[in-house]
Design a protein around this ligand. Structure first.
Ligand code: ZN
Length: 246
């Protein structure tokens, strides 16, 4: 009997599953982020492209950066992977109430078919107007002259990305989900970005806490069990416990 058998064999008592997905999940689809190489994202530092101050100082550079990321995301090279797919299968089974809280700004969870997704750090395929504050879908480039489709102001659009120093989205809703979690899964997240790193400690004490990450994290000791492997391999292991065997 393994530790996982022990934790999950009575999975009938698991109803609410909260999944926190991080950079490791997107990395398997070829999407890189700051965490991959010394805090650089495609040769740009956080200070250059991911703070409100950076956007104020050099909006052109920041727009170009996110335009490229958006293009890459929409290119035929990028597809959802096995980890996204298994999460969708678990949701589709209707055996559980699932919410995916993602730190990722891509739409790969949605593309694989997962419905209940919270983008706590915003979305590449959305723009937010700094004048009317409305967020709208976008699949083309933005620039400093772009016109808001909602209020018709010019030059007020920014990427709808939660930058460093800004408040993540839907934290109250996230807290409600965490408070009623029976199983908390942290997948592909380094445990270094707050407040996401605190989510595990926000779950009830009886909640089963599992971590899947390629390496041990700073907060691994707060979980009941850590699978040190890729997101897709880890999810394949969990799938055997959560879905009836065919
Ligand atoms: Zn507007």
């Amino acid at each position: 009997m393994t530790i996982l058998d022990d934790l999950l064999q009575n999975n009938k008592s698991i109803k609410n599953i909260v999944i926190l997905s991080g950079a490791g999940v997107s990395a398997e689809s070829g999407i890189r982020t700051f965490r991959d190489s010394n805090g650089l994202w495609e040769d740009h530092s956080i200070e250059e492209v991911a703070t409100p101050e950076a956007f104020q100082k050099n909006p052109k550079l920041v727009h170009n950066f996110y335009n490229q990321r958006r293009k890459q995301l929409l290119s035929s090279e990028v597809n959802f992977n096995k980890a996204h797919q298994i999460i969708t299968e678990i949701e589709d089974s209707n055996l559980y109430n699932i919410v995916v809280i993602t730190q990722n700004v891509d739409d790969l969870h949605e593309r694989s078919g997962t419905k209940n997704v919270i983008h706590m750090h915003g979305e590449l395929l959305k723009t937010k107007c700094t004048s009317c504050n409305i967020s709208s879908p976008i699949d083309s480039d933005l620039n400093t002259l772009s016109i808001c489709s909602q209020c018709n102001e010019k030059g007020t659009l920014r990427p709808d990305i939660v930058w460093f120093g800004e408040m993540p989205y839907q934290l109250n809703e996230i807290e409600t989900y965490l408070n009623s979690a029976d199983l908390f899964l942290s997948i592909g997240t380094s445990g270094q970005v707050y407040p996401a790193a605190m989510f595990v400690s926000t779950t009830p004490s009886e909640c089963i806490k599992l971590e899947i990450n390629i390496e041990k994290t700073n907060i691994s000791n707060q979980f009941d069990y850590s699978i040190q492997d890729s997101s897709s391999k880890g999810m394949e292991i969990l799938k055997n416990y959560l879905l009836p065997q065919k």
